[in-house]
Ligand binder design. Structure first.
Ligand code: ATP
Length: 431
């Protein structure tokens, strides 16, 4: 199964989706850089999420909070006390494990020695750094391990500025950092990653209804991303799996080549977060319902997904080996390049016509011009990049102003008039 992952990692590098960070220095564990295609794809995923969460609704507002926050935030949130994983080391080979991922009764899975594990220690996953020139405990700040807290502390700011009444939500996309003990599986689990989170504030008592609503909405989003239905499922957290803040939690899971794993969490966080911030900040974080004249702390339904993990999921889902080609069957909305324009040969004015078509399209789409090598080779390159359409200028174009448009998955070709190419793409690229 992990052969597929190896092939995907190498395709991702070859085509410029994802590179290892600081590669010329030998790389740095679990850090990755997005190349020309990766950055486009990631941007497309974020835009599609933002569109579905913010633009297509009138009850959600956006926010971009800072990564560094007041240290008390992390005391209130419970992260200082509780955001830790159990850690053990092998005394012989020095390999470090998450204690819940190895059987401590058995020999070390790396060196095979018996009884070689240390005691279990709790390891806090937050990255610590110092603010200002003095490196002492008074100046410790944390890199946020989730974007959610930036939303909670801005609850009243956003509510007042946007004049919102319950229920309403706040959406945010941004980096988060966790000093994971066992990062891995390419970009599935890294120490620096981007989250797309939405916190929906509701009246207590209406939380269960909204929890169900968001479960359904979020599953629909993955269908919109074009993921295979049979690879998606819900996993309900059992009582002993529930985080300290949660009354109910469901993960959306995807079946990766390395097994079923979480891609998104949907949590009923109750009034835990706002109550704690009220307690720690001493500010009144209650909401006043002007109809019932009641004052209360709202409940929060959270939807939280990693952008990088979504990108990996889309790549895995799209990766297809056919007899004569490898093709990424990405949904057009997230494909990095929307169309390639290819002159069949580099003469008879074909490159000029092709470049004119590129100029006409580039205001609206990421377009790629390619005149190097045989047409078959150029199609294959675009198949690997997941480009949904290839527009080819050939000798017939010189006679009747039509071009060939080849669709990536079916490889079907159609003749389309040059003037119609833009409309043709518009109709097919809509998300
Ligand atoms: P896990 O148990 O897999 O470490 P979690 O349950 O701690 O994840 P949440 O805190 O619910 O994850 O985070 C919400 C989402 O953020 C996850 O579903 C995932 O998509 C993403 N995410 C969390 N940690 C990482 C990470 N280290 N690397 C990449 N994405 C992550």
């Amino acid at each position: 199964a992990n052969k597929v992952m190896d092939k995907l990692v190498s395709l991702a590098k070859r085509r410029g989706f994802i590179f290892q960070s600081s590669e010329i220095y030998g790389g740095i564990n679990s850090c990755y850089d997005y190349g020309p295609l990766g950055v486009e794809m990631k941007k497309n995923i974020k835009e599609l999420w933002w569109k579905s969460m913010v633009y297509e609704r009138d009850d959600i507002e956006g926010l971009d909070a800072s990564i560094l926050m007041h240290p008390k935030v992390w005391e209130a949130s419970g992260h200082v006390a509780g955001f830790s994983d159990p850690l053990v080391d092998c005394k012989v080979c020095k390999t470090r494990f998450r204690a819940d991922q190895v059987d401590l009764e058995k020999p070390c899975p790396v060196c095979g020695n018996r009884d070689s594990f240390t005691e279990i220690r709790q390891f806090n996953l937050m990255f610590k750094t110092f603010m200002g020139p003095v490196e002492d405990s008074a100046n410790v700040v944390f890199l946020r391990p989730e974007t959610a807290q930036g939303i909670y502390v801005n609850f009243h700011n956003v509510r007042e500025a946007a004049r919102k009444k319950l229920p309403f939500g706040i959406a945010q996309i941004g980096k988060a950092f966790r000093n994971e003990i066992t990062p891995g599986n390419f970009i599935f689990r890294t120490r620096e990653f981007e989250q797309m989170e939405m916190q929906y504030f509701v009246k207590p008592g209406e939380d269960e209804k909204w929890f169900e609503y968001w479960k359904e909405q979020r599953m629909k989003w993955y269908q919109r991303l074009g993921l295979k239905q049979e690879k998606l499922r819900f996993h309900q957290h059992a009582p002993d799996e529930l985080a300290h803040y949660a009354k109910a939690a469901f993960d959306i899971e995807y079946e990766f080549p390395f097994g079923w794993n979480e891609i998104e969490g949907i949590h009923n966080r109750t009034d835990f977060d706002l109550s704690r911030h009220q307690e720690f900040s001493g500010k009144d974080l209650r909401y006043f319902d002007d109809q019932t004249k009641e004052r209360f702390i709202p409940y929060i339904i959270e939807t939280s997904v990693g952008c990088d993990r979504t990108l990996l999921t889309c790549l895995v889902d799209a990766y297809t080996e056919e007899e004569e080609r490898v093709v990424l069957k990405l949904a057009p909305a997230i494909a990095p390049i929307k169309a390639a324009v290819l002159p069949l040969v580099k003469r008879d004015g074909m490159p000029e016509i092709a470049k004119q078509i590129v100029d006409d399209l580039r205001g609206d789409y990421r377009i790629f011009y390619d005149d190097a090598g045989s047409i078959g080779r150029r199609y294959r390159r675009m198949d690997e990049a997941g480009t949904p359409f290839c527009v080819t200028v050939d000798s017939q174009t010189l006679e009747d102003q039509t071009v060939t448009v080849r669709e990536r998955d079916s490889m079907q070709q159609e003749r389309v008039h040059i003037k119609e190419v833009k409309t043709y793409l518009d109709e097919r690229l809509k998300a």
